[in-house]
Design a protein around this ligand. Structure first.
Ligand code: WTA
Length: 683
């Protein structure tokens, strides 16, 4: 069995009795019982959950059908075949009409600057979504069309995504921190016909002129023979007073009416002009269970991002259920996830999961450090946040500033804390537990991926005894295993590759327009299993501990990057002939980028070139990929067949001279040279 019969009693943290009393899953025994049911009788387990949603037509046959084994034919997963529904209808209309939640707050929007705020109820959200859905239709967007969204964290971002879903269009959201080049690449891959963006926004003190980047991306698309005909721009900073009245939302506090917004009348359309006069009624498009829902790009080890495709019914049920049980959602909760909607965490746990449950959430535009490092706790007190979900990197960063900024606020409302995005080190876990939660709040360390749609390994807050740093046990329907290099399943305490043996409703269905890449990336290495790319250890009590990526990916501040994409950005610089990028542990970001570059003959390395190379990576990928260290490497450690030995480079990056076996190196003198020239010697 995947989980032990009994939970351990020693060296674990338990949730409080108070929480257990109200919890949906209140004991380990209950979790175990339901887990067994979810595996042995998925039709009944998920069938019961599906009863809470609206279906235009019911499904026929099995709840899930699939093939997870490449040796037996094409990989596929189908959930609730024959059913039709609309997620937007379930999130809004169904909650308003059947559950009477029209006047309930869907979002408390908190802007970058304190005091910049807006409250949106479910009814108001539905009106805005219907209006914008009608706008999209009037611009010719149809079911199945792809729409790119490149926006800051404003309510209109949620409106844009739900408007797409309402008419059956497929959104492809690109995080607003990505560069013009990255946006262009994603528009081309998904063949989007329309782009939705905003004039600009502030990140702390920094003004980001988003429209400028969007224009640059569209020009690049044009140059590559793919003209995007329409771009809808929301005025977030440059609103005129009459537009504010029209849209009911306030201007950003540090609004910027004279922001220089480039405007191309052949392509550009103004959000506010389009919605004024648009009807606030829009019949939803009924979609089949396996119709595409959205595409979200995630880094791939070849350097080219993969368009992860999720579909309608399975994703809806899975995000709704994980949200409800992992955060133990209760009707009077105020929930806050600090992620950006541009990442999967924001898709699943700001938009889809919470709205499916009729939850009230905080939607935060700003930064945890602006205007000071108390901002998070100020917001927790302001809205009486009960469930709080953030990333280990944010916790480690705040921890560096000590306890005083936390103690400035009461945080009495908090009941459950969560983390996501990377392994959390026990020290940060304990600080989060002791200082932020004052030993009152269980921590749900949720392991999952863009590909998994929702949490796959996670504690349930009132049922699972916690161990700091462990994502504990599988969620319902999920069957993990640990494999060795030869693909054999390891039993008991062990360490190896984390894989899953069967699908759950929320797993991705394909890589957009590249099913072969989907099969190769996730199913080829170990036929019969979905391979996560993460290493994992199971302890004597059966707890799972993620040990980090075991492919050419790294996780910087919870953002997954591939070393190959950074390498290809570097070699595009005319001075660089070869580049090799490795991960180096970092006390706050988790991992950081350490780059080795070999220059072309005759070019010498200096600070100016280093600055140019960093800028090059920022412009190609985005600020999140800016290298921490770049080292001039006249030679790279290679095998006789010319393969770069990254294992050796990782050791050099860390200053660790214990290199292991390097007998396959063609020229071992390069290693000494690289050690001598380390760019952070002594660090
Ligand atoms: C890592 C983010 C340890 C892991 C939702 C995974 C984690 C990758 C955890 C996916 C966790 C995410 N503990 N590692 N709780 N959560 N990861 O696609 O390496 O942006 O494969 O999805 O983040 O990153 P992605």
């Amino acid at each position: 069995m995947m989980i032990p019969d009994k939970a351990p009693k020693e060296n674990v943290f338990h949730s409080s009795d108070g929480l257990k009393k109200e919890a949906h899953i209140s004991s380990f025994e209950k979790y175990k019982e339901l887990y067994v049911k979810s595996i042995e009788n998925p039709d009944e387990f998920w069938g019961d959950i599906a009863k809470d949603f609206f279906w235009k037509t019911k499904h026929t046959g099995q709840f899930l059908s699939y093939n997870f084994d490449v040796t037996k034919g094409e990989i596929f997963v189908k959930c609730m075949e024959g059913a039709s529904t609309n997620i937007c209808y379930n999130l809004l209309d169904h909650n308003i009409h059947e559950k009477k939640l029209g006047e309930k707050v869907a979002f408390f929007w908190e802007g970058n600057d304190p005091g910049d705020e807006l409250t949106v109820t479910y009814r108001e959200l539905l009106q805005k979504v219907c209006q914008f859905a009608n706008v999209l239709k009037s611009q010719g967007v149809k079911k199945g069309d792809r729409v790119s969204i490149y926006m800051p964290m404003v309510v209109e971002l949620v409106v844009a995504m739900l408007a797409c879903i309402r008419i059956g269009a497929v959104h492809s959201i690109v995080f607003a921190g990505f560069s013009a080049e990255s946006l262009c690449e994603r528009i081309l891959d998904s063949q989007c016909t329309l782009l939705i963006t905003a004039d600009g926004f502030y990140r702390g003190d920094k003004l980001i002129n988003l429209k400028l980047l969007a224009d640059e991306a569209l020009q690049k698309c044009r140059d590559k023979g793919f003209p995007v005909e329409k771009c809808i721009m929301l005025k977030h900073l440059s609103k005129e007073p009459e537009e504010i009245l029209g849209s009911q939302s306030p201007p950003a506090k540090r609004s910027c009416p004279d922001l220089q917004v480039p405007w191309n009348p052949d392509v550009d359309l103004c959000w506010h002009t389009l919605i004024s006069g648009a009807s606030d009624e829009c019949e939803p498009e009924w979609c089949g269970s396996e119709d595409p829902l959205f595409i979200l790009y995630t880094s791939g080890s070849t350097g080219k991002p993969k368009g992860v495709l999720h579909t309608v019914s399975g994703y809806m049920l899975y995000t709704a259920t994980t949200f409800k049980l992992v955060f133990d959602h209760q009707p009077d909760d105020v929930y806050w996830c600090t992620a950006d909607i541009g990442w999967i965490t924001g898709h699943s746990y700001i938009t889809y999961g919470p709205l499916a449950n009729g939850a009230t959430s905080v939607l935060f535009e700003g930064l945890p450090t602006y205007p000071d490092v108390s901002r998070m706790w100020e917001i927790v007190d302001k809205y009486h946040v009960t469930k709080f979900y953030t990333a280990p990197t944010a916790i480690r960063m705040l921890m560096k500033h000590g306890n005083e900024p936390v103690h400035k606020y009461k945080r009495e409302s908090l009941k459950i804390l969560g983390t996501v995005g990377e392994p959390i080190n026990p020290e940060a876990w304990l600080w989060y537990y002791n200082v932020v939660g004052e030993q009152r709040c269980p921590i749900v360390d949720t392991f999952w991926q863009t590909e998994t749609g929702g949490h796959v390994l996670t504690p349930l807050p009132a049922a699972t005894p916690m161990k700091p740093g462990s994502a504990t046990f599988p969620f319902f329907g999920v069957v993990p295993a640990i494999l060795n290099e030869s693909g054999e399943e390891l039993e008991g305490p062990n360490e190896g590759y984390l894989v899953f043996k069967q699908p759950w409703p929320g797993v991705m269905r394909t890589v957009y327009r590249n099913h072969q890449r989907f099969e190769t990336t996730y199913f080829k290495k170990f036929p019969g299993y979905y391979v996560t790319g993460d290493g994992c250890r199971r302890d004597k009590d059966g707890y799972y501990w993620i040990t980090g990526r075991i492919d050419d990916m790294l996780n910087v501040s919870g953002h997954l990057l591939s070393t190959a994409e950074v390498e290809s950005a570097l070699v595009e610089h005319e001075a660089v002939s070869e580049a090799a990028v490795v991960s180096r542990p970092h006390p706050v970001k988790g991992e950081s980028l350490y780059c080795f570059v070999t220059l072309i003959d005759g070019v010498s390395y200096n600070r100016e070139l280093e600055g140019e190379l960093k800028k090059q990576v920022r412009e190609k990928i985005g600020a999140i990929a800016t290298p921490d260290h770049i080292q001039n490497a006249p030679g790279l450690p290679k095998t006789r067949s010319g393969k770069i030995m990254r294992r050796v480079l990782r050791k050099i990056a860390c200053g660790d001279k214990d290199l292991g076996d390097i007998s396959t190196l063609a020229d071992s003198s390069v290693v000494d040279q690289l050690f001598q020239n380390r760019c952070c010697a002594g660090v």
